[in-house]
Design a binder for this molecule. Structure first.
Ligand code: IMP
Length: 176
């Protein structure tokens, strides 16, 4: 697919690595003895989650949920669907949700509600990026990587119509 856009680097590999190390340090302090369930939101968080958990040197489990909010374009439909639900029971567990980006916040807010109803012992959110200028509903981010401008981001797991997930940097798309 030719998007008519060119990716420009916003955060380099080195910046990402340093940020993931910082987040892992914060998470390590809070979860070392809690045997958390680290819950990745597919597909965008898979690279971030893979890098993050390799820096967490204590027992944890991993599961994924898959949600659909965006179609193949840039605008959120505002409707969120759980396409693949949880496979691990979370009642009484310490759950850490790992997101690629909090944009309008609709997806994350909906997911947190869905999870809260299952009565975890605790529920926190780690997001690689936050685009606060686009927020439509409040979301508390407990562990945040980067606050980003109102640009469409790709790379390091983030896609534009399934393209660019494999870029090692976080980029924004610039018109050609
Ligand atoms: P929200 O519901 O508007 O917060 O959007 C959440 C989901 O939309 C994210 O998990 C991403 O999958 C997608 N999304 C939002 N902004 C971007 C972006 O800049 N690049 C790629 N995907 C995005």
């Amino acid at each position: 697919m030719d998007s008519g856009h060119r990716p420009k680097v916003l955060h380099t590999k080195e910046e990402i690595a340093a940020t993931v190390r910082r987040l892992a340090g914060e998470i390590r302090r809070d979860y070392r003895d809690k045997h958390p369930l680290v819950l990745g939101v597919l597909k965008g968080s898979f690279i971030f989650l893979a890098d993050l958990i390799r820096l967490l040197d204590f027992p944890l489990e991993v599961d994924f949920v898959r949600l659909a909010s965006y179609g193949r374009g840039r605008e959120s439909s505002g409707k969120v669907k759980v396409v693949q639900g949880l496979r691990t029971p979370i009642k009484g567990r310490h759950v850490l949700v790992v997101e690629d980006i909090v944009d309008t916040g609709l997806t994350t807010a909906c997911l947190l509600d869905y999870l809260r109803r299952k009565r975890p012992a605790s529920l926190r959110l780690c997001a690689l990026t936050d685009k606060p200028s686009r927020r439509k509903t409040p979301v508390d981010i407990d562990y945040l990587g980067f606050t980003v401008p109102d640009r469409f981001l790709v790379g390091y797991g983030l896609d534009w119509g399934e393209k660019y997930r494999n870029l090692p940097e976080i980029c924004f798309l610039e018109d050609e």
